[in-house]
Design a protein around this ligand. Sequence first.
Ligand code: SF4
Length: 389
Amino acid sequence: MRFPLKLTANLTKYIVGKRLRGAQKFPLVMMLEPLHACNLTCTGCGRIREYKSTINEMLTVEQCLAALDDCGAPVVSICGGEPMIYPEIGRLTREILARGRHIYLCTNGMFIRKKLHEFHPTSSFFWNVHLDGLERTHDLCVEKDGVFREAIEGIKAAKAAGFLVSSNTTIYKETDLEEIAELYAYLHSLGVDGFMLSPAYSYSAVQTRDIFMSREEIREKFHQASQLLGKFNLMVSNIYLEYLRGERELPCTVWGSPTYNPRGWKSPCYAMTDAHYATFKEFIEKTPWENYGPGRDPRCEDCMMHVGFELSAVLGANRKLGDNWKMLTWQLSGKMGGAGSRKLTNGRGNGHSNGDGQGNHDGNGSASARPASASSQEVVRPDGSLRVW
Ligand code: SF4
């Protein structure tokens, strides 16, 4: 399975229920930004620049939960800023899981080891670690040495403790896809469960304009990406990949991934800001959706980001004959767990089992930080190249 069975089943049930009730626009993945502060200053990040004046503001856990209840999305992507510097990240996560939601905690990985004891492994929770290349490249992208190594140590600790881990890679104009293939092979050896990737969005707040791609360049890049990376457990759908390769069109369905942050519901989307609304109802009803998307707003022209178009595939927008079958076989043909995965051992009935059954979770969510499989060797050399083993 490409994703945990429970996640797929809950999402399917939710979408069918919404469709039967005649809902037109409904959220699937809530992008929750409890704060915008970050310990890094990544080159391509729009957040720390756009929200510079409110960088010290943060939501309370209660505000986060009220917003979640307000929109009702079954999946929550906790992002930011760096969510691991949110003081109550452990409690926030537990409260969301207690509401039966699924979480992707999007992090730069710098504080996983430090805070791992605040979390418990379950198939409803993924550490989603941002990595844009091997050591040298990644540290350059995040403008700080040592980030790659610490993120890798965090991944090893999380896998050793029985957590699900995915990686998230932003593809820029200069991204070397051969290097990303090496990165994925390495992460696979550590037991990483899945790989997300998306073309970068050209944030107006980011001054380094020449790192972003045009629509044509994205298509070329993702042709190559499909060839080099298709053998890994990609957590982007094959229909979205067809769109990225220019083989089909999809509409922007960004209302499916609403963003909530200390200023409210961000309209229209994660990448662009024209307004903030206090309630989800206002956000859905007052955003002029017909004005957004490629061909409608110049700022959307080169956008092919996953938040805008990945859900279009899941929601069946521009459906073609055979798409349902394609989505089903895509889910069934995936395999989480990489080469060094361990079973979840928390006994919470998760439908996910892909490891060697030797998980060393100690019963209270803490990690012994024993590395998984290949991690006993140092596999990345100081110059960023991989040792072959
Ligand atoms: S196409 Fe959609 S997701 Fe992309 S910038 Fe425009 S509104 Fe946002």
